[in-house]
Design a protein around this ligand. Structure first.
Ligand code: NDP
Length: 250
């Protein structure tokens, strides 16, 4: 077994949901850079177009599909559009609709559960038959959250969905291990995306002050964990959750 950590995914095919922006975009970029073919599945046609243009130099390795992960028919169509079989799936698409429990309505509950948990079922179920049957190197990586492990004020819907992601990860890890899969979750802490970068500097500094490593996370922190979990070197890691949060809950 090689101990080279400059991961190479030449000849591997990855799907990243919610990959047109934020964390998912960085995951897609790093898999492309490491030689994988990547299919980005995302909701908005505009965001997909923008991602495609930013990733222009990888056009030969890139496929995109406009998908609503909450919609099973949409997932089926995306599967049918795939030009290749699948080795690596990163279930990353997710939304928040934060409200304290007293104010939380059925609409916010349904939207978050449907996207962050049922969406993961819809995508994984529809793609299942598209994984390379003969490969012993099949990877499913689910993006959960530190909130799924510890809860958070105003996020009952999100915490429930992200905890559900962890339960599903462990169960699939048990069920699919013999079939050549590993299934793991990554639980990000507070990660800087375009949205968070627009927040006032003092607020960001205050938040960073709560993290033992004294900084907020970068999207590359999450992408690095995903590439590691997808690598051959991580083949004995299965059914676990890797927290990538700078130790925020310590
Ligand atoms: P972003 O909003 O930047 O990106 C999420 C992407 O998912 C967007 O492109 C969004 O599209 C897409 N998406 C949303 N709903 C659907 C849908 N129904 N079908 C297809 N695509 C959809 O979020 P982040 O990059 O911040 O988050 C990525 C993941 O990481 C999420 O699962 C999130 O819960 C998790 N996470 C993020 C943390 C953070 O601090 N940023 C912390 C912990 C976990 P559109 O914008 O067009 O709706």
């Amino acid at each position: 077994m090689s101990s080279n950590l400059n991961f190479s995914f030449n000849g591997k095919n990855a799907i990243i949901t919610g990959g047109a922006q934020g964390i998912g975009f960085q995951i897609a970029l790093q898999f492309l850079t490491a030689g994988a073919n990547v299919s980005i599945w995302d909701y908005s046609a505009d965001a997909l177009e923008k991602a495609k243009s930013e990733l222009g130099k990888f056009s030969g390795q890139l496929h995109t599909a406009q998908v609503d992960v909450t919609n099973r028919e949409s997932c089926q169509k995306a599967v049918a559009s795939l030009p290749w079989n699948v080795d690596i799936l990163v279930n990353n698409a997710g939304i928040t609709r934060d409200k304290s429990f007293a104010k939380l309505g059925a609409e916010e509950w349904d939207a978050v559960i449907n996207t962050n948990l049922t969406g993961l079922f819809n995508v994984t179920k529809n793609l299942f038959e598209k994984f390379n049957a003969s490969s012993s190197h099949k990877r499913i990586i689910n993006i959960s959250s530190v909130v799924g492990l510890y809860g958070n004020f105003g996020q009952a819907n999100y915490a429930a969905a992200k905890a559900g992601v962890i339960g599903m990860t462990k169960t699939l890890g048990k069920e699919l291990g013999r079939k050549g899969f590993t299934v793991n979750a990554v639980a990000p802490g507070f990660i800087m995306t375009a949205m968070t970068k627009a927040m006032p500097k003092e607020v960001l500094e205050q938040m960073a002050g709560k993290v033992p490593v004294a900084r907020l996370g970068e999207t590359s922190d999450i992408a690095n964990a995903c590439l590691f979990l997808a690598s051959e070197q991580a083949s004995y890691i299965n059914g676990t959750v890797i927290s990538v949060d700078g130790g925020i809950v310590l």
